[in-house]
Design a protein around this ligand. Sequence first.
Ligand code: PMP
Ligand code: GLN
Length: 391
Amino acid sequence: LQSKFPEMETTIFTVMSALAREHNAINLGQGFPDFSCDPQLLDGVEKAMRGDQNQYPPMTGIPELRNKISAKIQDLYGKYYSSDDEITVTAGATQAILTVVLATVRPGEEVVVIEPVYDSYLPAIHLAGGKAISVKMIPQRNTLGLVAKYVLPWDDLAKAINPKTRLIMINSPHNPTGMVWESEDLERLADLVRPTNALICSDEVYEHMVFDNEHHQSISRHPELCQRSFVISSFGKTFHVTGWKVGYVAAPKELMAEFRKVHQFNVFTVNTPMQYGLATYLNYPNAYKELPAFYQEKRDFFKAGLIDTRFSLLPSKGTYFQCVDYSNLRIPEAKFNEVDFCQWLTKEIKVAAIPVSAFYSSATNSNVIRFCYAKKEETLKTALNRLRTIA
Ligand code: PMP
Ligand code: GLN
């Protein structure tokens, strides 16, 4: 067989989770919770299944769920999307992202991405035949030479965006760095896109995980930017059910019509009982309104546990990820590159993490790895005890 995509590799999340299983390591790599969702959510799904809601739902998603999504966006961000024409339920954010790219990007057209970039974006552009234009966030170093945080170089973004740009893909809160966009960032982006026809794909799957009393700056808050944007979220992330693969996209009618042209022949639609369960559960907005405090506590617990190690912590302002620079560890493995370090950590220390280099289009290494802290306290405690043995 002559492979169509000879260079396409298996996603890092699959690779590291398999390695974690093989070596019986605590998996702080792939991002998913190890605790249960609210049983009330399950009740809604069971009720739908037993109530015979098991056939194809409408192609765009059941109206009950689309109405609730519309109300949620309006409540949180003050923007009204018509549930009929401007919201579609998707098979997770992954399908929404791929469908946005396939529905908008013609072969050869330019798509701007910001690296480190979530691992499905570049393959999606590749599948569409588009040309990825990468802007790299700068790892800013402290006086010890350790990465203190990632900074977006706006000058580089300004250079990358031009009249040929078809799509700009952004993600805040950002996986893997944990950085979040502020309202001034949206203004800067608006200035850059104003002279172009560029569309925006805004991946907001961690919208309910923004900490320290900050607010998520959804693109839908911005009256100008939202006119050219697809806004994506994921119930898997929000309600601790990553395996359900249900998310959604919101966009102005004209854009949504294009999205649906592809969506109908991609998955056609998304499983019925989960949609009913989610629609019922959205009657309790506290479920997502309590998330920032819930995850901030986990972040703080994990951070506190790393204080007496020689891992150097980057800010985790949002998401459920904590990045650390390991160069300061007093062990020979501190000289390893990120991939080798993560493999060693999984095999020998029995804690799996994700190399940040996996989020780049070309070889790079900053000695920064990502831990997922969406775990029970006892899981984090055990992982921290293991991590303390190497510092
Ligand atoms: N975008 C980002 C930034 C993610 O971290 C993830 C993974 N959770 C996704 C998209 C995919 O989300 P889903 O599981 O809903 O497909
Ligand atoms: N988004 C999750 C992460 O960043 C993983 C999702 C996946 O495995 N595709 O860890």
